[in-house]
Ligand binder design. Structure first.
Ligand code: PXL
Length: 278
C-alpha cells in the first residue's frame, strides 16, 4: 500500500485540511500519515476560533521519523499558517524527498481575490518559494495571481490562463502547475494546467454550481493526491477530483447547508470509489 504524509492544520470542526485529507485519501486505499501544524477549534472563517501552534513539534517528529527510516510516496501540504511553518516544511521536503516521492503543494491561503484572515501581505512570496520546490502545485486563481504578481480578474480568456500558467512554471515547479476554479467559458468552472517538462497545456471545464462552500479546495486536492497514488494519470486524477467535489457539493445542497461547515463528502464515497476503480 502506498503511504503519504499530509502536513497541515487540524481544524477540529468545520471540515477542511486534515479532517478532509485523512478520510478521503484513506478511503481511496492509501495510508495517510499526518503532521499537524496547529490545532484550531474551527477553521478561520468562524469567528472566535482558538489556535494552538504545533510548529515546535515538526522537527522532533521528523527527526524520529528519519531515525525510523520511514518512506513517503507523497508529501502533500495544504494550509500553512506562517513563514516559519513554510520553512519547516521546506526542510521536511529536503529530509524526506526520495526519487519516487511526489511533492504536492496546495498553497491554500486565499480565495475570491483576497488572502485568508491573518496572513501578512508578503506571505504569498514565501509560499511561492515552496511551490518552486514542488513537483505539482494546485493554486486557485487568487493564489496564483498573488504568487505571480498578476492582476486578479473575474472575466478573462484562455490567454490570461496560459500567461498565469507560464508564470507559475517560472516559480520552478518540477512537473506540472495546475490552476483550479477557472474557465474562459462563462457559467463554467474548470481546471487548467501546464506540464513543465514538455510545455504542453491541458484543461477541462465542468459544471459551475452557484454556491461556494468552505473546504472544497481541500476535498479536491486530497482526491487528486489519492488518485495519483492509486496510479491514475494527472489529468484523470484532476477529473476524478472535480467530479467528487461537484458530487459532494450537490449532496450538501440536499441538507439545508451552512457554508462554513464544509461539504458532505462522506455521503458520496461510493461514487468516488466507483470512479476510481472504473
Ligand atoms: O481550507 C483551507 C483552510 C484550512 N485550514 C484553516 C483555514 C482554511 C481556510 O480558511 O482557515 C485553519
Amino acid at each position: 500500500m502506498k503511504r503519504i504524509v499530509t502536513i497541515q492544520d487540524i481544524s477540529c470542526l468545520g471540515k477542511c485540511s486534515i479532517t478532509v485529507a485523512l478520510p478521503i485519501i484513506s478511503a481511496m486505499g492509501v495510508e495517510t500519515a499526518i503532521l499537524p501544524t496547529a490545532v484550531l477549534s474551527t477553521h478561520t472563517q468562524f469567528s472566535g476560533f482558538t489556535v494552538k501552534d504545533l510548529q515546535d513539534q515538526i522537527k522532533p517528529i521528523s527527526t524520529h521519523w528519519k531515525k525510523e527510516n520511514f518512506h513517503f510516496d507523497a508529501i502533500y501540504t495544504g494550509y500553512l499558517a506562517s513563514r516559519e511553518q513554510i520553512q519547516l516544511v521546506s526542510d521536511f521536503f529536503d529530509d524526506f524527498n526520495e526519487q519516487d516521492t511526489l511533492l504536492f503543494v496546495d498553497p491554500a491561503m486565499a480565495d475570491n481575490g483576497k488572502l485568508y484572515v491573518g496572513f501578512p501581505e508578503d506571505f504569498p512570496k514565501s509560499m511561492s518559494a515552496l511551490c518552486g520546490k514542488a513537483d505539482i502545485i494546485v493554486p486557485n486563481l487568487t493564489e496564483a495571481c498573488l504568487m505571480t504578481g498578476t492582476e486578479y480578474k473575474t472575466e478573462y480568456d484562455e490567454k490570461y490562463i496560459q500567461e498565469i500558467l507560464n508564470k507559475l512554471a517560472a516559480l520552478g515547479t518540477k512537473k506540472a502547475v495546475v490552476l483550479t476554479g477557472v474557465s474562459p467559458e462563462k457559467d463554467k468552472t474548470g481546471v487548467y494546467g501546464l506540464y513543465v517538462e514538455t510545455g504542453k497545456y491541458f484543461g477541462f471545464s465542468h459544471e459551475k454550481l452557484a454556491v461556494s462552500f468552505h473546504g472544497t479546495g481541500d476535498v479536491f486536492s486530497s482526491t487528486v493526491v489519492g488518485a495519483l497514488e492509486r496510479g491514475r494519470s494527472l489529468e484523470e486524477s484532476l477529473n476524478i477530483a472535480a467530479r467528487f467535489t461537484v458530487n459532494s457539493i450537490k449532496e450538501t445542497l440536499k441538507n439545508d447547508p451552512e457554508k462554513t461547515y464544509g461539504v458532505d463528502f462522506e455521503a458520496v464515497f461510493p461514487l468516488l470509489l466507483q470512479d476510481l476503480n472504473a
